[in-house]
Ligand binder design. Structure first.
Ligand SMILES: *[C@@H]1O[C@H](CO)[C@@H](O)[C@H](O)[C@H]1NC(C)=O
Ligand SMILES: *[C@@H]1O[C@H](CO)[C@@H](O)[C@H](O)[C@H]1NC(C)=O
Ligand SMILES: *[C@@H]1O[C@H](CO)[C@@H](O)[C@H](O)[C@H]1NC(C)=O
Ligand SMILES: *[C@@H]1O[C@H](CO)[C@@H](O)[C@H](O)[C@H]1NC(C)=O
Length: 377
């Protein structure tokens, strides 16, 4: 792989593996080549570590997928295992994004369902590709898609949590995801805003939301004591976590929220999700970030995809440098989760036919809160 800033060469011959990883420092220092040679007889578990700390092994992946971004964000963490390099240079991350009924009148002439393009850019920015999950398809088709993609994102929006087609399809994938994960078949599920609320409904079977009128607000996050050591924030640098706790870096566009009170009173929710952050608005403290204890299921009430990709004139979308970094780290986390899944399309042809590239986004920024959107059917 050769890019403007990074050269990664893996050479393998019997008894000798060498790896050359050369990248540019964030701080403007000189390029520094790193050379590793075979250290053990089991060449598939040889570790080439520039920074020799076990926990940094988790950083190998963006170094391959997106060296420029990785280096910008992490600086020198060029640590990779030969096995993973081989495995993941072949695997691709493809994230499904669930389409939603076009409930806005201004959208209806373009199609009966849509995906805001910011979600697509968000996934693409961290090195995965996107497949739209369209509505009104057969169970058989959804089953096939499930085993072809590496994770699913439920976006925000405005449809009914219980009765919409969006909810019906989300439930199909949610159930399959839980079953798959129980079998050791890794499959992450991510919910943003309405998607986050939908996760709470899918988990407990009840709509426990309460009116908070939290529309068009940028908030910092109140981290819970459980937030340290969680999967989602594990790779976030301390300075960024501090900014997230003090600066308004999360975009809130929701009228309803899941209160801490209702969450805590519900045994199904409480035992399934760990609460990572909360926010207070009016007199309600609501769940703003959660992750499941035993499954790769994640929910954010806020919109990481908006910060760099939505520029409508609303004060609730922060565009500060910290806000952009939050988005990049979340996208990196989600894509890294997706790359743990082994699902794949049965052929390149099928893959090509399913990708979002088959559709063109429409510039909707003049009449909607989304700058661009994809429309279907
Ligand atoms: C789904 O099918 C129903 C029933 O045919 C139809 O009314 C609805 O418009 C369809 N929705 C989408 C998003 O295609
Ligand atoms: C709890 O959920 C119910 C719906 O079951 C809702 O009416 C109520 O407002 C919620 N209360 C709080 C404090 O969130
Ligand atoms: C964090 O919690 C405190 C105490 O409950 C509350 O006053 C404050 O508004 C919260 N901050 C945010 C950003 O929600
Ligand atoms: C954007 O918001 C500012 C401040 O509220 C306002 O002065 C300006 O007219 C708005 N611009 C557009 C294009 O709506």
């Amino acid at each position: 792989m050769l890019t403007a800033c990074c050269l990664l060469a893996l050479c393998c011959s019997p008894g000798a593996i060498s790896l050359l990883l050369r990248s540019r420092r964030v701080d403007g220092g000189n390029d520094r080549p790193i050379l590793g040679t075979d250290l053990s007889e089991d060449k598939c578990s040889v570790k080439f570590c520039h920074v020799v700390q076990a926990d940094e092994l988790t950083h190998w992946n963006p170094a391959i997928v997106l060296p420029e971004l990785h280096n910008r964000l992490y600086g020198w963490h060029n640590c990779i295992t030969y096995k993973k390099a081989l495995q993941y240079s072949v695997l691709v991350g493809i994230v499904g994004i669930l389409a939603q009924e076009t409930d806005f009148e201004s959208f209806q002439k373009f199609g009966s369902s849509y995906i805001a393009a910011s979600y697509v850019k968000f996934i693409e920015s961290a090195g995965a590709r996107v497949v739209p999950i369209r509505l009104n398809r057969s169970d058989e088709e959804y089953n096939k898609i499930f085993y072809s993609i590496n994770g699913i994102l439920y976006p925000g929006g405005g449809v009914d949590l219980k009765t919409s087609e969006f909810s019906r399809v989300a439930k199909i994938f949610y159930r399959k995801a839980l079953e798959a994960n129980e079998r050791g078949d890794y499959f992450p599920v991510w919910g943003t805003c309405l998607g986050h609320q939908l996760l709470s409904y899918l988990t407990c079977g009840e709509n426990l939301l309460t009116w908070t009128n939290t529309d068009n607000f940028a908030f910092p996050l109140n981290f819970t004591k459980d937030a340290k050591g969680t999967k989602m924030f594990a790779d976030f640098p301390d300075d960024l976590l501090q900014e997230m706790a003090s600066d308004p870096v999360t975009s809130n566009f929701h009228f309803w929220s899941l209160s801490v009170q209702n969450f805590t009173n519900n045994e199904k929710l409480r035992s399934f999700y760990k609460v990572l952050t909360t926010n207070v608005h009016g007199n309600i403290e609501f769940i703003s970030t959660m992750e499941a204890y035993a499954y790769p299921v994640y929910g954010v009430q806020w919109h990481p995809e908006k910060n760099p990709f939505e520029w409508n004139n609303r004060t609730g979308i922060p565009h500060s440098r910290s806000a952009m970094r939050v988005t990049y780290y979340i996208a990196d986390f989600l894509v890294n989760e997706a790359q743990k899944s082994n699902h794949q399309f049965s052929s390149k042809k099928e893959e090509a036919e399913a990708l979002i590239y088959n559709f063109n986004p429409v510039f909707t920024g003049r009449f909607s809160s989304f700058d661009q959107a994809y429309f279907f059917d």
